[in-house]
Write a protein that binds this ligand. Structure first.
Ligand SMILES: *[C@@H]1O[C@H](CO)[C@@H](O)[C@H](O)[C@H]1NC(C)=O
Ligand SMILES: *[C@@H]1O[C@H](CO)[C@@H](O)[C@H](O)[C@H]1NC(C)=O
Length: 409
């Protein structure tokens, strides 16, 4: 019910949340031990503790030929984003996938605890044990290199907790899916799993501003500051720029996190003084790596939400613009409740405050969108609809034109 959902994220439940966490040793995923009254213990290289999970997943996804892929989602938000994040999680949920939710340092411990409590309160998330909450938020400014550092940290955690996944999808709390997960899994079943989807173009600017991102140095959010002076374009590598929300293959993600080749590391240092580093980092690493350049599609499968019209008259056109392109995700949504609700009803068929239904739902979740999803269904089967076929054909077109050796398998 909508009411109980709102209660879950309201400030009033914060004390109950803390009490619940304090009295229970069972903390899902990465809820920081600072909530248990100790110093924050979660760090980059904390060992992942399987004991922290209730009882292991009800049914791990089957993988390999003939089975759909697995996505790892890194969803990031800031102060006040708890509600948006839970809504996005429900809209984009599938038991096959992994989800790592990150509220940055701008959000308080209460809000993070509320989010963790919400995750623990949903039976499906507990049964499949595939939703994790970062216990201590990173300080970041979305325009600075700290945002890249946060994504790399999230990717490293996901590589560790989600044993096997195929693609990393990074979303902000203000984004939303435009297809069901069944449709997304169906569409991605048709392409080679080493493909990345990174919209990119050569950067035409010749002088870049130099910034100082204090978030790399401190534990609370700070605005980045612009330093005086500019710097010339480098000549050791070519700069590329594109959407800050790419979909990365597991191989490419590992390449950036583990950096067996020095390039990802060198570029991390180069971009540590750059504005909009998230629009450059993955794009530039990829485009300067012969191995990954050949397995990248120049598209992020995303659309931008058109700005709100002055009158409500333009709403229909906005909705049409979003769904017409056949993209998988859209962002950023402002206070677009009407638009989101329409996507819930007409595209995702998500019941009020429920999880987007799919073939995996054991009961209910039919075309009528009634009934809540529950555990016990077949999570290795997906049911594609018109949106899935549209996305698959968009992808087939992109892959066909990609500069892509050996990816048409
Ligand atoms: C990627 O596509 C965009 C247009 O969608 C184009 O402007 C850009 O040049 C392309 N990037 C490359 C590297 O070809
Ligand atoms: C990438 O593709 C180009 C042309 O399609 C080819 O010449 C080159 O050898 C490929 N590189 C790798 C590393 O596969």
């Amino acid at each position: 019910m909508g009411a109980s959902w709102i209660t879950t994220c309201s400030p009033w439940s914060a004390f109950a949340t803390l009490a619940a966490l304090t009295t229970s040793a069972l903390v899902l995923g990465y809820v920081s031990s600072s909530l248990l009254g100790q110093q924050a213990a979660y760090e980059y290289d904390d060992a992942y503790s399987p004991d922290a999970e209730p009882s292991g997943p009800a049914a791990p996804p089957r993988r390999g030929a003939g089975y759909p892929p697995v996505f790892a989602y890194y969803i990031t938000g800031g102060r006040g984003d708890c509600l948006r994040m839970t809504r996005l999680l429900k809209a984009a949920y599938h038991p096959r996938n992994r989800y790592l939710l990150h509220l940055d340092a701008g959000a308080g411990a209460y809000e993070r605890a509320r989010l963790a409590r919400y995750v623990r309160s949903e039976q499906v998330f507990l049964e499949y044990a595939n939703v994790h909450v970062v216990g201590k938020g990173d300080a970041l400014d979305g325009r600075g290199p700290s945002a890249v550092a946060a994504v790399l940290r999230g990717a490293a955690v996901l590589l560790r907790v989600g044993a096997e996944w195929d693609w990393l999808v990074t979303l902000s709390a203000a984004d939303y899916p435009l297809v069901t997960q069944d449709d997304l899994l169906y569409a991605f079943s048709s392409v080679p799993r080493d493909l990345s989807f990174i919209d990119h173009r050569p950067d035409s600017e010749t002088h870049h501003v130099v910034v100082l991102d204090q978030n790399l140095l401190q534990s609370t959010n700070a605005e980045i500051s612009i330093a005086s002076g500019h710097r010339e374009k480098p000549d050791a590598f070519d700069l590329f720029r594109g959407s800050p929300w790419p979909i990365l293959s597991r191989a490419f993600t590992e390449h950036c996190v583990a950096a067996p080749d020095n390039l990802p590391r060198t570029l991390l240092m180069y971009f540590s003084n750059s504005l909009e580093a998230k629009e450059f980092y993955f794009q530039t690493v990829m485009a300067n790596s012969p191995r990954f350049r050949n397995s990248t599609v120049n598209h992020s499968l995303r659309v931008n939400v058109p700005p709100p019209p002055p009158q409500s008259a333009g709403q229909q056109a906005r909705y049409d613009a979003l769904v017409a392109g056949g993209a998988a995700f859209a962002g950023r949504f402002g206070d677009d409740e009407a638009l989101l609700q329409r996507i819930d009803e007409e595209v995702l068929r998500r019941p009020l405050d429920g999880i987007t239904p799919g073939e995996w739902c054991a009961v209910g979740g039919g075309e009528d969108g009634a009934g809540e999803c529950s555990v016990g269904g077949d999570i290795d089967a997906v049911r594609q609809g018109a949106a899935g076929r549209k996305l698959a054909s968009l992808m087939a077109g992109l892959v066909g034109t990609a500069p892509c050796g050996g990816c048409n398998s």
